[in-house]
Design a protein around this ligand. Structure first.
Ligand code: JHZ
Length: 414
């Protein structure tokens, strides 16, 4: 029988055994394990959440891997709940079409296609699309919306099936999914099967440099097995016969990098940004063990400061709620031990999350309209990566005297 959780023994990218443990967040339920009211009394499985730093290639990775089917078989996260994400995808599709000269004969295949949010933009440009995603419930939504979606985890075997049915891809995209996959060698084997010789691969994932320099500890959770820096990523993709054509730093998810790759033997030159960014990573000491121990200390400081602030406000009889129910919010509430005694409720723009409760802490989730119907004094922005969009949207709450607390990178009240 497949084990529900396995221990990491060697580095996912370079296979080194020199892994140094840091930041122990304790045991936690899976971050998108929202509960129906009828499940509140059931035992929630909890899994270790801690990190390794690889002394050889400086990849940061989790110490344990939870079975992907447990985490992704039924999923509630949808990027379409955030305008900022949709704008980011519109930008990706537009620039890819222009730079890679895609047209109505081209095929774009998206790995981890979720509700088809990214592929819809390619489709609007008259480009053929195919999504691949393991979450049946969300793939069905995408298919209903006209985005053909194959349900399953991406493997070389699935790639072969897709080639037979849909042909080779001109572009393979993988946004916010590479960090979720344990066997990345297999992913690149699959990509080599599915991609035309002169095709491109665009990946986008949160960037370790932003995570470490901006205290974003709550983006560390069971779904994200790896936290990439460019140095180790570049080495890894070169070992699979790819090179980096372009890199852009994107402001989404607290700071991400979008990378366009092509096969090593394709004519295009290697991006000059690789040297620039790997230099910046060294300047910021991403290749030094001590950086990660310092980071762990600053997470503990943040915990103390936020708990002190919330305790002070509760003593003053202030009402506080949570704004946004992202997976990262569940990490923050669990690790900081913040429950319904502090947050009366949480509001979120994802219809699939309404009526559910957060894992472990059991805070109820409502539509965003509740913020004005039952206004608190303070709203703690758990989806801090969308703070601009959220503050703009809830201007009326602020105009009526409500205040926002932004927990990360440093606590701010606005
Ligand atoms: P958000 C997701 O993580 C999932 P999460 C995934 N694991 C991943 O890799 C990372 O992203 C990068 C809500 N919201 O995107 C919508 C409002 O309520 O930060 C979402 O539930 N009002 C694939 O779950 C949540 O906040 C708003 O105005 O940590 C944001 O979730 C807006 C803008 C959002 O990611």
């Amino acid at each position: 029988m497949k084990q529900e959780v396995t221990s990491v023994k060697k580095c996912r990218l370079c296979k080194s055994l020199q892994l140094v443990r840091f930041l122990d967040l304790g045991k936690m339920p899976i971050p998108n394990g929202f509960l129906k009211p009828s499940d509140l009394n059931k035992k929630e499985p909890e899994y270790e959440l801690a990190c390794f730093y690889c002394r050889n290639c400086s990849l940061v990775q989790l110490t344990k891997i939870v079975d992907p089917q447990t985490m992704f078989g039924h999923y509630v996260y949808m990027p379409s709940a955030s305008k900022t994400m949709l704008n980011n995808f519109a930008n990706l599709a537009y620039t890819a079409k222009k730079d890679l000269k895609l047209n109505s004969k081209s095929m774009v295949i998206d790995l981890g296609s979720n509700d088809g949010s990214l592929l819809k933009f390619f489709k609007n440009h008259n480009i053929n699309v195919l999504g691949i995603d393991p979450a049946k419930n969300i793939a069905e939504l995408a298919a209903k919306d006209g985005i053909p979606t194959k349900v399953g985890l991406f493997t070389p075997q699935l790639a072969r099936q897709a080639v037979k049915k849909y042909g080779l891809a001109d572009l393979i995209t993988a946004t916010n999914v590479i960090a979720h996959i344990d066997n990345l060698d297999e992913v690149f084997e699959g990509i080599k099967i599915l991609l035309k010789e002169d095709g491109s691969v665009i990946t986008e994932f949160p960037y370790l440099l932003d995570l470490i320099s901006k205290n974003q500890f709550d983006t560390i959770y069971h779904e994200h097995l790896s936290y990439f820096n460019l140095k180790s990523w570049n080495r890894f993709i070169e070992s699979h016969g790819f090179k980096i054509k372009t890199i852009t730093r994107r402001p989404v998810h607290g700071g991400s990098i979008r990378i366009t790759h092509s096969r090593v033997n394709s004519g295009s030159p290697k991006s000059g940004s690789v040297a620039f960014l790997t230099g910046l990573e060294s300047e910021n000491k991403l290749d030094k063990e001590q950086t990660y121990f310092d980071f762990s200390q600053s997470v503990l400081r943040l915990k103390k400061d936020l708990k002190n602030l919330l305790t002070k406000l509760k003593k003053q009889k202030k009402r506080i709620v949570g704004l946004g129910a992202p997976a990262k919010g569940n990490v923050l509430t669990c690790f900081f031990d913040i429950g319904p005694e502090t947050l009366d409720y949480i509001v979120d723009s994802t219809p699939l999350k309404h009526g559910l409760f957060t894992p472990k802490k059991h805070i109820p989730i409502y539509p965003e309209s509740k913020l004005l119907e039952d206004p608190p004094d303070y709203a703690l922005i758990l989806a801090w990566n969308f703070k601009e969009e959220i503050i703009r949207k809830h201007k009326l709450f602020q105009n009526k005297g409500g205040k926002f607390i932004i927990p990360i990178p440093d606590i701010k009240i606005v």
